[in-house]
Design a protein around this ligand. Structure first.
Ligand code: 13P
Length: 252
């Protein structure tokens, strides 16, 4: 793992070849901010081309199958992603959990497959609004961590956790800095319980309506090691403003 802030753009089901120009511009910005690790997760169709087009940015995917190959029509394995030039994969995004019925065990199997293929993995967790209102947010997130994180010797060094409250995704609503800090501290404690000493090195990203205006404040919350950005990652202008916020004073 790196001590540098990690800013990752999740393009979701957006992007075509014309948008490679944005990726190249993001890459040039990333090269000017060596103190920040910058990642882009385009749709599968662009992973290979984008990996060839960039130098400073890391390219990843938004999902993978748990098996390395086989009769799984329409699916993509982690080994295929590695072969296409991906360096990381996001697993367990709340949209996958909600819209594709992925449970913690499925997410864990995908994370293990990603590591086996030599990829880094970003494991997403986060509570719904009803769970937060019921005072269960930390309990829900800790249960997701217990069930979704890959286990094993040396594994923690290639794992990143992304905390994305479901109610903050694509809504323009964000938790208070205090609430983000409290959840990230709870996640840190759980990581230490799961990984022992290695848990201290796992980066924890915040995701959910991060933009140029709120990035500095959110990135300053306790235990926030970076951001997983959806909508604001689709143009170089808005995404690089977040990268600059992570780079801190003096970056341009
Ligand atoms: P938005 O930044 O569009 O809220 O999306 C967050 C997200 O889901 C990133 O994975």
């Amino acid at each position: 793992m790196s001590n540098r802030p990690f800013i990752v753009g999740n393009w979701k089901m957006n992007g075509n070849r014309a948008m490679l120009a944005e990726a190249r511009a993001i890459d040039r910005g990333a090269a000017r901010c060596p103190g920040v690790r910058v990642g882009i997760a385009p749709p599968f169709t662009l992973v290979n081309t984008m990996a060839d087009a960039v130098q400073a940015a890391l390219i990843g995917a938004q999902d993978c199958h748990a098996e390395a190959s086989g009769a799984f029509t329409g699916d993509i394995s982690a080994a295929m992603l590695a072969d296409a030039g991906a360096q990381f994969v996001i697993v367990g995004h709340s949209e996958r959990r909600a819209l594709h019925g992925e449970n913690d065990a499925a997410v864990k199997a995908k994370a293990e497959a990603a590591l086996a293929a030599g990829l880094e993995v970003i494991v997403c967790v986060g509570e719904t609004e009803a769970e937060r209102d019921a005072g269960k947010a930390e309990k829900v997130v800790c249960k997701q961590l217990d069930g979704s994180l890959p286990q094993g010797e040396g594994v923690a060094a290639r794992v990143t956790v992304a905390y994305e409250p479901v109610w903050a995704i694509g809504t323009g609503r964000v938790p208070s800095v205090e609430d983000v800090g409290a959840m990230h501290r709870a996640i840190r404690a759980r990581l230490s319980a799961i990984y022992g000493e290695d848990g201290a090195g796992v980066q924890i990203l915040y995701g959910g309506s991060v933009n140029a205006k709120n990035a500095e404040e959110l990135l300053g919350a306790d235990e926030v090691g970076g951001a997983l950005v959806g909508g604001a990652s689709l143009t170089a202008d808005s995404f690089l403003a977040i990268v600059l916020a992570a780079a801190g004073p003096g970056a341009e």
